[in-house]
Design a protein. Structure first.
Length: 95
């Protein structure tokens, strides 16, 4: 029986509530973001557009709720691009 302090469970996996488990999850997430952004040329266009939107929002002195919507939209576009890249890679590996 475990007292919850071990980093690994009986099967060698990270214990789901340990700091090491969360660190590993974020490491994988940032690695995926890194690989996706540098393996897809369309990410460069999205980064440039995101920077332009942020500069424009500073210039127009957007309200906090508008900033929230802008960040939500930018992150949604980036997420959709990562999902699209993953689907393309899967389709290429199947065919």
């Amino acid at each position: 029986m475990s007292d919850g302090r071990e980093e690994f469970d009986r099967r060698g996996r990270y214990h789901r509530w340990s700091l090491a488990a969360w660190t590993a999850k974020f490491r994988c997430a940032f690695r995926g973001w890194w690989l996706g952004s540098y393996s897809q040329t369309s990410f460069g266009v999205h980064y440039i557009a995101s920077i332009a939107v942020i500069i424009l929002a500073f210039t127009l002195k957007c309200e906090p709720w508008e900033w929230g919507l802008l960040i939500l939209c930018i992150s949604s576009v980036m997420t959709a691009e990562l999902v699209n890249s993953a689907c393309e890679a899967l389709a290429r590996s199947i065919s």
